[in-house]
Design a protein around this ligand. Structure first.
Ligand SMILES: [Zn+2]
Ligand SMILES: [Zn+2]
Length: 572
């Protein structure tokens, strides 16, 4: 380990100790050592004995012992313990400019924020500025820093990757006619490691020159060849490949560069793999490749080798859900809790987009960090909904737009919902979600969710694992047991469409459909424009093979009201 790496470990230790409010003396020991060793250039710390180390400025006896351990193993037990007691998302806050461990501790302990996504929401809705010692300036600094951090790391969420790919594609289209996204982007993967773009051209040299003239693209010359440009966008670590393909081979290469390996290995009735057909026989369309292999056509997003052939035995691609199939938007927040727009703004914009209903689902009372609704807030909101619905009915009596009274009820630690039964009964529908005490064993998390699913007031299970892509792993659950319970209790499962979540994971959609569990594509919008996240939800749903007839919010207003009346009648 180099000196600077050792210094980094000492600095991290000091920060974690401060975050956990440790003895200031102890914190100082590490930070002073890091300060002086950062300037020390005379020797290599990793080869020094403890005795030699203690002679250096700023290094005490116990720090010397730790340095020797770090040099050998990269860490030491006390640091490991600190890391184990700190959520990954809180550690990520160390990368934010303008707030130190003390402020991070306040965000974590007082506001319950343990990841960058919730921190961003809390800044956007002004919660952070109100905390003592923060203010509007600090809040803005955090937002700026978060925007910067999001563009980092080696992987990108699908929303960011798509935006980056489109900016390159638009530039290339000024010169070339045939420019196509392939790979994970075309397969609609929730997380992208490589942005792959194919360009149909007889002149690879022209392509290289064109790429060279696009600003912000940084080439990795060692990995590039005359036919394949490899590199990245400045300050964005995700890998980019731009491939020159002969125009007559474009369909074949697009197929080969899109499908996952397991899909390429699928054997057709021809006796050969689909890879062989695509590689050796020039085709005009991707449909023709499947035909030659004797296989049903599979849409690009499903080409994973994850059961798509079994799916296609009884279904056709035109049954897959599309944005146009969606009739309403469930699970949305307003200024009643932590949203940015009023209930009226949310409803009017929903109607403008052509939907028949808005399901509002603000946070429930226990979610104090998100201004969860007290019982009197619920009553106030229900009165406003009645007023707005009356107005909508008068504006279009033939086909009135309607707000459905929902709530996103916290699933409490013991699995119960967040209001007494009479309040729960006053909602049209309930999304039940876990937001607190996220570190659980698989057994505990599964039991907690099961109790919520068995609660007769639960309509939809919200973001089942609580994951935040590239930021928080989510608690472990037994998916099969959870889905079986939803089937037994008639509970719908959410596909949370926020590109941060995409939870339920698409890999479990087929099992839900097999068990007759409907899925709801919910944007979890905290502002009007959040509705558009349903594009990611639809893409992810299609990747998992979700059909229109199994999509809950593809039900029209009449159908969904009938469904909800049926649920309510069951409770009696
Ligand atoms: Zn939630
Ligand atoms: Zn929500």
């Amino acid at each position: 380990m180099s000196n600077s790496e050792i210094v980094e470990v000492l600095e991290l230790t000091a920060k974690l100790l401060e975050l956990h409010n440790a003895d200031p003396f102890k914190i100082k020991g590490y930070s002073v050592a890091a300060f002086y060793l950062d300037k020390y250039k005379e020797g290599e710390l990793q080869f020094m004995t403890e005795q030699e180390l203690t002679k250096l400025q700023g290094v005490g006896k116990s720090t010397a012992t730790k340095i020797a351990q770090i040099a050998k193993t990269g860490t030491f037990p006390e640091l490991e313990e600190l890391i184990a007691n700190t959520p990954l998302g809180v550690m990520e806050m160390f990368n934010i400019k303008g707030i130190g461990p003390k402020k991070i501790a306040v965000l974590w302990q007082e506001l319950g924020i343990d990841n960058l996504h919730e921190l961003e929401l809390a800044c956007l809705n002004g919660t952070v500025a109100k905390v003592k010692g923060f203010g509007a300036n600090t809040q803005q600094k955090i937002l700026d820093s978060l925007a910067f951090l999001k563009d980092q790391a080696g992987k990108l969420r699908m929303d960011k990757a798509e935006a980056a790919a489109n900016s390159i594609i638009n530039e290339l289209k000024k010169t070339f006619e045939q420019v196509e996204a392939a790979g994970e982007i075309r397969r609609k993967s929730e997380v992208v490691e490589t942005i792959r773009i194919l360009v149909g051209t007889d002149s690879p040299a022209l392509l290289q020159n064109t790429i060279g003239s696009i600003g912000l693209l940084v080439q990795d010359e060692k990995k590039s060849s005359p036919f394949v440009w490899r590199g990245n966008i400045q300050d964005v670590a995700v890998a980019i490949e731009i491939v020159a393909v002969k125009p007559e081979r474009l369909v074949n290469e697009l197929f080969l560069e899109t499908a996952g390996e397991d899909h390429l290995g699928l054997a057709g009735t021809s006796g050969n793999t689909i890879w062989r057909h695509a590689y050796y026989e020039t085709a005009d369309t991707e449909h023709a490749i499947y035909e030659k292999a004797g296989l049903p056509y599979i849409v690009p997003e499903m080409r994973e080798g994850a059961g798509e052939l079994a799916w296609a035995e009884t279904r056709t691609p035109d049954q897959l859900v599309t944005w146009d199939d969606l009739r309403g938007i469930l699970h949305n927040h307003s200024t009643y809790s932590d949203g940015q727009h009023t209930l009226e703004q949310m409803a009017v914009y929903c109607r403008e987009l052509g939907f028949e209903y808005l399901g509002i689902a603000d946070h429930s009372q226990t979610a104090t960090y998100a201004q969860g609704l007290k019982v009197e807030d619920v009553e106030r909101q229900h009165e406003e909904i009645a007023r707005l619905n009356a107005r909508f009915a008068s504006e279009n009596p033939a086909k009135p737009f309607k707000i459905l009274k929902g709530i996103e009820s916290d699933i409490l630690g013991d699995g119960s919902l967040d209001y007494p039964a009479d309040v729960l009964a006053s909602f049209d529908y309930i999304v039940a979600s876990v937001h607190s005490n996220l570190s659980m064993t698989l057994e505990k998390a599964t039991a907690r969710l099961l109790k919520a699913i068995e609660n007769p007031y639960t309509t939809i299970l919200g973001h089942p694992t609580g994951r935040l892509l590239l930021s928080r792993e989510g608690y472990p659950i037994d998916h099969q047991v959870i889905i079986d319970a939803c089937a037994a209790n008639g509970v719908v499962i959410e596909i949370n469409a926020s590109p941060w979540r995409l939870d339920l994971d698409w890999r479990w959609i087929a099992y839900c459909m097999e068990k007759g569990v409907m899925l709801s594509i919910n944007p979890d919008a905290h502002a009007m424009e959040g509705y558009l996240d349903m594009h990611y939800g639809v893409a992810n749903a299609r990747k998992g093979g979700l059909t229109k007839d199994m999509t809950f919010n593809a039900l029209n207003l009449g159908q969904i009201e009938e469904y909800l009346r049926g649920r309510a009648a069951r409770i009696g």
